[in-house]
Design a protein around this ligand. Structure first.
Ligand code: NDP
Length: 330
């Protein structure tokens, strides 16, 4: 079976040569252990952070060790009384086709609730990030204007739909006309802005958000954040969820400083980490599943076929190659 190792800390954008695909002997589980077969593997922007040798909320990847991310796997063999052969689980696992686990940190996945890849997206950390970021910091009220960047992506597309459920005017920012059509037609956003075709983002936002911006869910940081901040209302809330536009920068770029705008609008801008809210996961997942079942929530996936596609799919996140959650089917 195959594994993918982390080979090189990239400067700038990651490339396929930062990873290595290897054949290895199939592992054999011992007493207390499980043999897992990876079925779907999540690739996520935050993995770029783990490629840097920096102290963060999660340790950096070690060179020549397998990459890890969220995986949905099947239990092929069990010597652990907590799991049975044939069950499906999700957890933070290695980029391996087959691997051993002692069961710690694994969650059972209920296939009757949704198709398996959904547990890496709308019913996984993606949906939780959207839901809890809005709940903890956004505090949406009906009639408010919500702007979200990365709007056609995994988190952003869920954020926008929750905004509509809550009765907000929802504006999405994404990188192509197809994505803008998609968020308006499929996800019910009121309006989208293609940042790749807009010279003056602050002006474009001002024209669409005629009542200003009450909540900004920021997935991209950088210039788009600067442009939205030019339009915030009194007591606006800004969820600093991600800054993908800066993840491949080697130096933090300078730009307009937001502080003045925050002060005069008494706005709240707060960093958000979904992993800090584990105690709320059960409740949030119940709400997300209920919306799914009531057809109030839809989701997209971009699924790359083949274990060897993992590096390419990951790099594709920085090129906007995905609509919705980017996942690799093993
Ligand atoms: P997405 O599905 O949104 O994929 C990434 C998208 O980012 C791409 O499709 C692309 O869309 C956009 N993008 C890439 N480069 C740029 C750029 N230079 N400028 C603007 N947009 C760009 O990923 P996720 O939904 O998984 O994650 C979204 C964000 O949320 C990320 O920043 C991630 O790090 C963060 N996150 C944070 C969590 C937390 O706990 N704080 C948890 C989960 C995610 P386009 O074509 O529109 O450019």
């Amino acid at each position: 079976s195959r594994t993918i190792l982390f080979k090189n800390r990239p400067a700038g954008k990651p490339s396929k040569s930062d990873f290595e695909l290897l054949e290895e002997e199939d592992p054999k589980p011992k007493e207390g252990e499980l043999l897992l077969k990876s079925l779907y593997i999540s690739v996520d922007p935050y993995l770029r952070g783990r490629m840097r040798n920096e102290k963060s909320y999660i340790p950096p990847f070690e060179l020549n060790q397998p990459v890890e991310s969220m995986v949905v796997a099947e239990v092929l063999e069990s010597h652990n009384h907590n799991f049975k052969k044939g069950e499906f689980v999700s957890g933070m696992l290695k980029w391996k086709e087959l691997q051993i686990s002692n069961g710690t940190g694994l969650n059972r996945v209920d296939r009757d609730l949704a198709p398996l890849p959904a547990f890496l997206g709308v019913l996984g950390l993606t949906g939780l990030t959207a839901y809890l970021g809005l709940e903890k910091i956004g505090k949406l009220r009906a009639g408010e204007t919500l702007v979200v960047s990365g709007a056609a992506g995994a988190v952003g597309s869920i954020v926008g739909q929750i905004g509509k459920i809550k009765g907000c005017m929802v504006v999405g920012i994404a990188g192509s006309d197809e994505k803008i059509d998609h968020i308006e037609d499929k996800f019910g956003f009121d309006k989208g802005i293609n940042y790749n075709k807009t010279d003056d983002m602050a002006q474009a936002i001002r024209e669409i958000c005629t009542d200003g911006v009450d909540v900004y869910f920021d997935n991209v940081g950088g210039e788009i954040l600067d442009a939205v901040l030019q339009n915030i209302n009194k007591d606006a809330r800004i969820i600093n969820c991600g800054a993908i536009s800066l993840y491949n920068e080697t130096e933090v770029p300078t730009g307009p400083r937001p502080e003045g705008l925050l002060i005069k609008n008494t706005a709240l801008m707060q960093g958000f980490l979904v992993r800090d809210h584990v105690k709320d996961f059960g409740r949030a997942l119940q709400q997300l599943s209920a919306w799914l079942q009531e057809d109030n929530l839809e989701y997209d996936e971009t699924i790359a076929d083949g274990f060897e596609k993992l590096p390419e799919a990951f790099i594709g996140l920085f090129e906007g190659r995905n609509v919705g959650k980017m996942i690799v089917k093993v």
